[in-house]
Design a protein around this ligand. Structure first.
Ligand SMILES: Cc1cc2nc3c(=O)[nH]c(=O)nc-3n(C[C@H](O)[C@H](O)[C@H](O)COP(=O)(O)OP(=O)(O)OC[C@H]3O[C@@H](n4cnc5c(N)ncnc54)[C@H](O)[C@@H]3O)c2cc1C
Length: 371
């Protein structure tokens, strides 16, 4: 998504943009939820011609559960979107001729006035290379050696349930609400998101939940090793959870969560998981090579700001290229701005994790295993 934000914004400036994406085909819309923040909403509306309100679900209140299941709520309007809805808007906006999926970038070699990008056996000279290869970035080290993220000591279990599969009385409890349960060194939250690629029709939406649970290194390895014994490192995709890990998840939900939230976990066919990482870099630019999105800063999901940060990386570069006369001057101005915001979000996320009792970083466990 970080690469697509950049590509769409730079194409708006009239630049000749090419995206090389390692994976082939359009990814499934797994429907995972994202809180719609201002830069993403602005980007969708200004650069993609999409009304963000049409592909997001409103909440009117925040709802806080106690262990006994009782809740109180407070007025707070927000909108919830899905990864798939943002992705589809970006892909639909980008000229398909500019997007090369199934193409892995294997090397980047800087030149004084640009970069040689190696894609398979071909070398493509470009004026500016933007590395957007995510938290497990292979190419980050060209700009920021030592910037690999570290495991923060806990995982997010996640689940998505079709609205039609939820009992009406359960749906009713969560409708229009962003719901939270803060337990002892754990947090659960849930909200409705659009269905397939942005559908917001009632009955076709999805319930999205996230449950933060502490897990030491051995637990993480167990959770992210799938039903066939394949180790996935720092995340477990939907549909692959090992039966024993699934049983433990259900048992744990029974022991730790208020009943209504436990029921959500029980209604989830394919729970998945991701390790929570902390990653910061001290540089986002080296000559004509930039880092963007999770390849630069990996911030904790409590900030609800990963997609927002990636969109803001692109909007800020768009603005700098428009306003600053020289390319190198624009890149310098961009880096200064993005380092400041990335660092602030990184610290804010760690602070929120501590406040929830979820803990700090384990620098010894570098995120080298892939995401
Ligand atoms: C399927 C999916 C679901 C997500 N769901 C959520 C969510 O629910 N909530 C949330 O806050 N965030 C979610 N995220 C993360 C969020 O999208 C990111 O934090 C944000 O968009 C910035 O990530 P990114 O684009 O920098 O990195 P990523 O999303 O990790 O993308 C990196 C991309 O680079 C490609 N790549 C890697 N190496 C190479 C290479 N050598 N050559 C070419 N291509 C390469 C990868 O295939 C991938 O497409 C999700 C990401 C994905 C991929």
């Amino acid at each position: 998504m970080g690469g697509l934000f950049q590509a769409v914004a730079l194409a708006e400036l009239g630049l000749d943009v090419t995206v090389w994406e390692r994976s082939a085909g359009r990814p499934d819309d797994r429907g995972a939820g994202i809180v719609l923040q201002p830069s993403v909403a602005w980007f969708l509306s200004m650069f993609c011609g999409v009304d963000p309100d049409r592909i997001s679900v409103p909440v009117t209140h925040r709802q806080f559960f106690g262990r006994d299941g009782r809740s109180h709520h407070t007025l707070m309007g927000q909108r919830m979107i899905s990864w798939g809805a943002i992705y589809a808007s970006l892909r639909d906006r980008l000229d398909p001729a500019r997007y090369h999926d199934g193409h892995q970038v294997t090397a980047l070699a800087p030149r004084p006035d640009g970069v040689d990008v190696q894609v398979g056996d071909a070398v493509r000279p470009v004026d500016l290379a933007i590395i957007a290869d995510g938290s497990a970035s292979r190419h980050r080290r060209l700009v920021a050696p030592g910037g690999a993220p570290h495991y923060a000591g806990y995982v997010a279990y996640r689940g998505v349930i079709d609205e039609a599969e939820l009992p009406e009385e359960l749906s009713e409890v969560f409708r229009d609400r962003f719901s939270f349960y803060d337990g002892d060194r754990t947090q659960f939250l849930c909200y409705f998101i659009p269905g397939d690629f942005g559908t917001t029709t009632p009955g076709k939406r999805r319930m999205n939940w996230v449950w933060y649970v502490r897990a030491d290194g051995a637990d993480l390895d167990r959770i992210t090793t799938d039903r066939d014994g394949t180790a996935h490192g720092l995340s477990l995709p939907p549909g692959l959870i090992a039966p024993q890990v699934h049983t433990e998840l259900l048992d744990r939900a029974g022991a730790l969560l208020p009943d209504l939230l436990r029921e959500l976990v029980e209604h989830t066919r394919e729970p998945f998981a991701q390790a929570i990482l902390d990653g910061r870099v001290s540089r986002m630019r080296s000559g004509r090579t930039l880092l963007t999105g999770d390849a630069a800063f990996v911030v904790r999901p409590h900030t609800a700001a990963s997609a927002e940060k990636a969109a803001a990386d692109a909007i800020t570069l768009f603005t700098a290229l428009q306003q600053v006369p020289s390319l190198d001057g624009a890149l310098r101005a961009w880096e200064k701005d993005r380092l400041a915001e990335g660092t602030a979000l990184y610290r804010h996320g760690i602070g929120l994790g501590h406040r929830l009792g979820l803990g700090g970083s384990e620098p010894a466990r570098a995120a080298a295993a892939g995401s």
